[in-house]
Design a protein around this ligand. Sequence first.
Ligand SMILES: [Zn+2]
Length: 159
Amino acid sequence: MYTEIDWDDMVEFFSLRGSYNTWIQKGWKEIQFVRVREDRNLFISVPSTFTEDGQRECGKDAIRCLLVRLDTLRLVWQLKPTRREENWKRYLGIRLERLERLLELAGLCPNCAGFMIPRPTRDQSAMFWSCIDFPNCRGSRRIPEDLQHEILKQTRFYK
Ligand SMILES: [Zn+2]
């Protein structure tokens, strides 16, 4: 069942997690909660749907969880969104833990030593580690079967 989440709920949730800051991307109205990993050239972003003057931009949309490239601001991976339901803190927490863990598991590109991100195969049936600099760099590595399964389940795909 839909649960209203107000600004204070979100601030409390992220303050308990630590290392998250609020940020407004240039050209956006929406405040994002971000965890920056400069060493990975990435940041985790959770758009809040709240604007600076406290207005909600959208209605009952689910909470998105994004992995964004730091230097180009390009979206590189997206988790399945979290519904605004009673247990949202628990589910969003699990998603963020997975994302944070993934940043620890992904290694460096064998070609250019850039950071690697999960990327689906063309038919979206499998995932592999791909250089963050794709398509400029084609460096890739296999993802172990069990982790691949977990990542596939969590990924939000677009047609
Ligand atoms: Zn590379």
